[in-house]
Write a protein that binds this ligand. Sequence first.
Ligand SMILES: [Zn+2]
Length: 576
Amino acid sequence: MKRLIPFVVFLIVIMFFSCAEKTNEEADIIYLNARVYTMSWEDPDLDGNPSETAPIKQGKYIPDAEAIAIKGNRIMAVGSTKELKKLQGSQTKMIDLEGYVILPGLIESHGHLNEIGEKAEAIKLQGLSADEIIELMIEKSKSVPKGEWIIASGWDEAEFANSYPDMKRLSSQTPEHPIVLIGLRGFGVMGNALAFEKAGITKSSVPEKGGKILLDKLGNLKYVLINGAKRLLFDKIPAKSLAQQTRIMKYGFDQLLSLGFTATHHLGVEKAHMEVYEDLEANGKLPMRVHAFVAARKYNMELVNTWLARGPTQNIEDFLQVTGFKGYYDGSLGSRGAKFLEPYSDKKDYTGVSGLAYGFDKDLMIKALDKGFRLAIHAIGDQANRDVLDLYEGYFKDHPDSQQLRHRIEHVQVVHPDDFKRFAPLNITASMEPAHAVEDMPWAIDRIGEERAKGAYAWRTLRQNQAKVIFNSDFTGSDPSFFYGIYCAITKKKSPNDKAYYPEQAFTKEETIRAYTTWPAYAAKQEQVSGTIEVGKWADLTIIDTDVLNASPEEILKGKVLQTMIAGKVMFKAEQ
Ligand SMILES: [Zn+2]
């Protein structure tokens, strides 16, 4: 018997290991019969010609795999359908993709997630009659949780000056929701009785100088406040609750997931947004990867100071990565706020506004750099881009290690010819919007003239100067669709009948796909775990119906996302 014991132990050990090995070999999910572009071959050269390692035959891209096996949150195997079928176990989910395309998970590298929901929930009153306003608000109140403030805007103070909407009727129909109606021109605000009650406004309240609380003939409240009296109500509107803010952010997540994005870089995160991200992250409910760049704005100092004290996120596996700060160096081109070396072509002697005059706090940027945060600084004009490059260069002289963080400039819209070559040695990522280039160009040429326009949205010139370029939409500034982004980037047009602006700056399809996958993964220092489809990397995948490496621009524009997988979980599935 004694002799048997070692043998039994030996058997148990053998059984344990063989079981362990067996479960290890079984995939959770296997995608079969797909056209997989792993993007794991080398980058195209600086003119966009594919590398010799690219899977190309007779001028066409050939998928470099047809199946992907997933285990947990990682890619377990990549290969042929036949090979990967061997990883099927009793629990494995087999998904036949019937020739659809799998790309590495798309990354939206500059956007404003909150704005999607804010726009969706905004209640607009423009063009409505007084009665229509009342009816609309009564209707809206039925779908909003009791007690929640409802804010609408856009009624025209001039139009209603003699006959305001009947706020008493509104009040009687909406006893459980404080309602605030903001005027179009900034002079007036109306509220229902509950809003006035919550704000403590009575007919005898004293407004700011010049303000007026309107009363009817009997001396009762009309629930209309004019000029400085607005503050009596405005200042009492409570901040959104976490539940409200979460609901708003959810619109953004839903839209991005439906567009195939597995990660979003939120450029300019405020306290209310961060509370949602942190709450979802703490509960394991963040639906996609979020790279939060804290807004370096005066009104956001509480959040700024919190993160300066904490320092950047250390664990690359966290869905919420607070690794950056967003700085705002100059204004926009459309409003002539962007800062140029020479005056605007359509505004004499005016070069725009930047730096301190624009609220840019250099000391704060330096503090963030000292703490090891990645900076992403908004710079549009050629002077602004030069100044920001100077700022980075100056800092790196004393802190050469900081370059390894891969700092960024956002938009990089107009660059002086002398400055293109400065991005690469400073390791600065140029974060750009293909859609802006084609949407802005008609009036951008008026602003800056033909000569400077050659250095505008010049992603090819940047690449030729070895700069890293990443693409995004600055949503909701432009449509975040990846297909629209590719279309704009490869055609330099926004639609088939549009004129192509500076087509010599276009990217190839492969470069554009990389600017949405491998390159932003690199920009975020996550190239070890994302950006390509390779064994051991995160199972972040985007499944689409169009072979974007071979399709025509018009076909690409019609492309659709079928599935979005993040960390091995299907987070979006299109209805077929
Ligand atoms: Zn932006």
